[in-house]
Design a protein around this ligand. Sequence first.
Ligand SMILES: NC(=O)c1ccc[n+]([C@@H]2O[C@H](COP(=O)([O-])OP(=O)(O)OC[C@H]3O[C@@H](n4cnc5c(N)ncnc54)[C@H](O)[C@@H]3O)[C@@H](O)[C@H]2O)c1
Ligand SMILES: [Zn+2]
Length: 360
Amino acid sequence: MKSLNVETKSNIYPIYIADSFDYLRKAFIDASLDGNKAVLIADSNTAPLYADKVKGLIEDCFSYISVYTFVAGEKSKNLDTINSMYRFFIDSKLDRKSIVIALGGGVTGDMAGFAAATFMRGIKFVQIPTTLLAQVDSSVGGKVGVDFEGNKNMIGAFYQPQFVYINAKTLDTLPKTELSAGLSEAVKHGYIYDCDYLRFMFSNKEKIFSLNTESIIDVIYGSCKVKSDVVSKDEKESGLREILNFGHTFGHAIESLSGFKLVHGQCVSIGMIAALYLSYKKGFIKENELNLAKNLLEYFELPVNVIGFNAEDIYKQMLFDKKNKNNKINIVLLNSVGNAYTEKNVSEEEIKNAVEFVLN
Ligand SMILES: NC(=O)c1ccc[n+]([C@@H]2O[C@H](COP(=O)([O-])OP(=O)(O)OC[C@H]3O[C@@H](n4cnc5c(N)ncnc54)[C@H](O)[C@@H]3O)[C@@H](O)[C@H]2O)c1
Ligand SMILES: [Zn+2]
């Protein structure tokens, strides 16, 4: 088993990365969370696969543990589900010392974390992420929340878990497209922050994509390290954390315009190629490096271009999505491979050229 600590201003907590659930019970005891009431939250896919097993392994740690299940999918990620979680917490007689355990993907983690952050002004919570995306991205960093009236993650909080426990073997049941989606964010982590990790992914892509246990654990570790480093330095997104948006400014626009037919990880993959192209055009990376990125993403069955859109529409959508106020689009680019920065001076023409590059 591997582990690392995430340090934030509010606390320090461990991420355990294992190939089984064997150490889960000990993790609860080490965190002094035993002896209390707990609620295990899982969606309709992960509950039948893992809830009984996990509950069985940790049951005797708690005075009482019950399982709350909701219908899988982003559509459930709203305040109605949170409401019914609160109801369940009250019916299960949770108190201020009780523990919420999220067992599932990013939807489960974001919602369980938000419910825990707000119930009785905050009770402790633990993440057991079961999608690669949740393992390398959403379970690290403390962002929790729900969608509101069609706006993604509009209601939320920053709330850190007591620990994160990853059993890489849960990925064996994950649909391949979900695996690819997680790898898109993992590749992003390499490009923005860690050349060695990226090199590791290039040299081990076959083992990674076929879920060789040791290799996928190294991917999870490498990504958690990047994300936790970045987040530790900038917990509430005032600067450095922006680099995690690499590929996302382009990606989000494509995601919205596709009517969410393309999944997030696929759009980020296309968006990264646009951002890499821009970095190449600015003379920061070589053409060969851009081509290598394409090869790696394609190997992980991720798209590197998209049809059916035009540059003007994507540009308009990017303007609409932008978080900054003065009508300027900030884009995360690479100074060099493994080194990202936020570029505040990109012209409309440069952006459109980069978009054209991925449109065919
Ligand atoms: N908090 C953050 O920092 C952050 C970062 C990125 C994404 N997110 C959020 O994460 C969500 C996406 O996460 P996701 O892709 O994990 O979505 P998800 O939780 O919906 O999981 C994807 C699908 O896989 C299923 N599943 C989960 N684990 C499985 C397993 N081991 N075997 C078989 N099926 C399994 C789920 O039931 C679901 O159908 C979005 O809501 C997004 O906003 C949050
Ligand atoms: Zn993302």
